[in-house]
Design a protein. Structure first.
Length: 122
């Protein structure tokens, strides 16, 4: 369930300019990367997305570029890249044009905000 399937005002007491999302009822979907699933909470035609991501222990996201600003808040566990480790309760943002691999040893749950989809290499 995302902005395409839940229109503003469709939940009880939801004003017409708000789109309330019942997150527990949104199904986990595979991202295409082993051990990484997501719930797409909001998505626009331009590629802007808000997602809840669940990474299994040992999951890895291959080398990619952030085409636009990306923001991530870690809810549980941790994930890392060449700059360091972001742990539960911490927030990281990445500039447009930044590139990295990302991984988790222990697994993690995070909410991420993308202005545009990432570009992946190899």
């Amino acid at each position: 369930m995302n902005v395409e399937t839940l229109q503003p005002g469709t939940l009880p007491d939801s004003p017409a300019d708000s789109a309330l999302v019942d997150v527990p009822s949104v199904p986990w979907q595979p991202t295409g990367f082993t051990g990484i699933d997501w719930k797409i909470l909001m998505e626009t035609e331009s590629g802007m997305r808000t997602v809840l991501m669940r990474w299994a222990p040992g999951a890895r996201l291959p080398h990619h570029e952030h085409v636009a600003l990306e923001q991530t808040f870690v809810l549980e566990g941790s994930f890392s890249d060449h700059s360091g480790t972001c742990r539960a309760g911490q927030y990281v943002w990445r500039r447009a044009g930044s590139r990295h691999d990302a991984w988790t040893d222990e697994g993690c749950l995070m909410i991420a905000f993308f202005l545009k989809p990432n570009t992946f290499f190899g």
